[in-house]
Design a protein. Sequence first.
Length: 114
Amino acid sequence: MMGSMLLLLLACETVDGWFSEGASVDDEVSALCEDYCSRVQGVCPDVFVDDDTCFDACLDMDMNGQTNDRSGDTVQCRITALELELCEHAGVDSELCSSDDEHTGQLPDDSAVQ
């Protein structure tokens, strides 16, 4: 029974599309958080006090978004905010990259950012 549950769990994670074939969860999470924190340091260095704080915050974020997300409480939405140099939406307390009903919105498209 336990083996069946584990197999089902692995199948669900693979179907979800988040994991790359052959990579461990830790590798995927680590790579995404390293990318995010590297971008934070380069574009918005005041968002976190240091790399460790950024990495710890990233580990607590939802990582099931898509590249170029403009809404949703995900790391991917915050990476898009960084690409648009919208530092106020790159960190944990983003009003647009949020699941909070009061603050749910959407990042502007590239043409709206000057």
